[in-house]
Design a protein around this ligand. Structure first.
Ligand code: CP
Length: 307
């Protein structure tokens, strides 16, 4: 693939290959000199139209560990603020001969639009409420490390499903890899027809969704994407859709708790659970570097030679 736009577009074997490559990349991250020359001479441009801590930093670290040159462009400090269109911005960046553009954009589909207009590779770092493939892959890598396989796992995804690109990438990836997905969230945050995406069950309440599962994936309530009236209120949301030590007992003993971050502490997740031994949140972040190294490697080929 020239581009990685979403997990919906990837075959099971391609996801498997990316996860296996990420496992190899993890080895590099544990070395004293965390660097290989794989993408030496290549230029990776990170273009972020929306805020990010984890994704942007880890794509930059990943590119540097593969010896690529990296440039970061943030919409808020670029000529986007002067009204430049995505198409013009892309054509101007392309004139500087980058090899890979990593982009986050608020519009679903922005990456398909970009990929059709540029000759370099495009990697989706999150587009609107559509997909966040690197998050989906790092979530699967984290589950596979603990359970050995994704086949047969049951994963509950709880929260603001409507606005969640993470939920969509997780659903596409996990169901292709043989896991079952249960969804729960307020009816106002559950898109109609989501169950048609595959091996997905929409549950009436959160307790039903997390009963006996291997993994509980909590989502951030995306306050910036809600309308003027928040329904339910934060207090109601926390009461009916928040994970706490009591309802976590419904999941399998030792079930893994995940969250893509950033967390609204005390809303979707109690601090006690977020910081508990069952929480894999920081392992997800750690795995994000290896997964993004694998994505950069696969869109740009190159032998995995070590220094
Ligand atoms: N999980 C995630 O995408 O985090 P950032 O928004 O900080 O990149």
């Amino acid at each position: 693939h020239k581009d990685i736009i979403g997990l919906q577009d990837l075959a099971r074997e391609e996801i498997q290959l990316l996860l296996d490559t990420a496992d190899n990349m993890r080895e590099i991250n544990f070395r004293d000199i965390k660097k290989v020359p794989t993408l030496r001479g290549k230029t990776v441009v990170n273009v972020f139209y929306e805020a990010s801590t984890r994704t942007r930093t880890s794509f930059e670290i990943a590119a540097k560990r593969l010896s690529a040159d990296t440039i970061n462009i943030s919409a808020s400090t670029s000529s986007v603020t002067k009204g430049e269109t995505l198409s013009d911005t892309a054509r101007n960046i392309l004139a500087m001969k980058p090899d890979i553009i990593v982009m986050r954009h608020a519009a679903s589909g922005a990456h398909h639009y970009l990929a059709q207009r540029v000759s370099c590779s495009v990697i989706n770092a999150g587009d609107g409420a559509h997909e966040h493939p690197s998050q989906g892959l790092l979530d699967m890598l984290t589950m596979r490390q603990k359970f050995g396989t994704l086949e047969g796992l049951t994963v509950a995804i709880v929260g603001d499903i409507t606005h969640s690109r993470v939920a969509r990438s997780d659903i596409f990836g996990l169901t292709k890899m043989g896991a079952s997905v249960r969804l729960a969230g307020p009816p106002t945050m559950m898109p109609p027809g989501i169950e048609r995406l595959g091996n997905v069950t929409v549950c009436r309440d959160m307790r039903e969704a997390i009963e006996g599962v291997d993994v509980v994936m909590m989502l951030r309530i995306q306050l910036e994407r809600q309308g003027k009236t928040l329904l339910p209120t934060l207090r109601e949301y926390s009461r009916y859709y928040g994970l706490n030590p009591q309802n976590l007992k419904l999941a399998k003993p030792g079930a893994m708790v995940m969250h893509p971050g950033p967390i609204n502490r005390g809303v979707e997740l109690s601090s006690y659970v977020a910081d508990s031994d069952q929480s894999a949140i920081l392992t997800q972040v750690e795995n994000g570097v290896a997964v993004r190294m694998a994505m950069l490697y696969h869109v740009h080929g190159g032998e995995l030679a070590t220094e």
